[in-house]
Design a protein around this ligand. Sequence first.
Ligand SMILES: CC(C)(COP(=O)(O)OP(=O)(O)OC[C@H]1O[C@@H](n2cnc3c(N)ncnc32)[C@H](O)[C@@H]1OP(=O)(O)O)[C@@H](O)C(=O)NCCC(=O)NCCS
Length: 175
Amino acid sequence: MIIRPMRQPDDDEGVRALDRSFTTDSIYRVIQTPLSFTLEQVRVHPAVTKEFPFDADFGERHEAEHARVAEDGGSIVGFTAFTHERWNRRTAVWHLYVSPSHRRQGVESALVKTVIEDAHSARTRCVWLETTSAAYPPIQFCRHLGFELCGMDTSLYDPAVNSVGETALFLSRSI
Ligand SMILES: CC(C)(COP(=O)(O)OP(=O)(O)OC[C@H]1O[C@@H](n2cnc3c(N)ncnc32)[C@H](O)[C@@H]1OP(=O)(O)O)[C@@H](O)C(=O)NCCC(=O)NCCS
């Protein structure tokens, strides 16, 4: 397997074909009081399947300029894309996807390692990303790589589009 910069337009089809879904029987529930928020892990039955959108936003932030793919036997099996925000010296990760056949083999860890190296060269302070409180498995992945919860937004998602109760969570990792 090799990790390399994404080449457009050649890699577009392979990247778009990646399965961006996960299934989980655990989610985080946000418990809110007037002056605090707490996350609680809860089991769900039946398991929840969620797919991250892609077509709608790919390219708007020009993140493809900093995209990396993992390639195995000529096929794209993993992807990440990020941008460096100059005003606050923060690297924002917009996409993290690995093909189900290649999950739990260190593929996304290898991709995020290159993001951290790039962030180091770009002299940003931290790597940051947004995810949903339903994304229990990806959050475990992020925590494994040293990301910590740095915030949340209970108003970001439209309940008409996202499942009721999903809350935006933000995680960051110092460089
Ligand atoms: C989340 C995702 C990118 C992880 O990619 P990956 O290549 O499988 O991750 P890695 O193999 O590098 O995992 C490294 C570690 O993270 C943790 N981890 C990864 N996936 C996990 C899962 N499903 N449940 C719990 N922990 C997990 C483990 O500690 C793992 O180490 P281990 O396998 O030795 O136990 C992948 O599961 C995926 O594409 N999911 C669907 C899309 C998605 O949710 N994207 C994230 C958007 S925020």
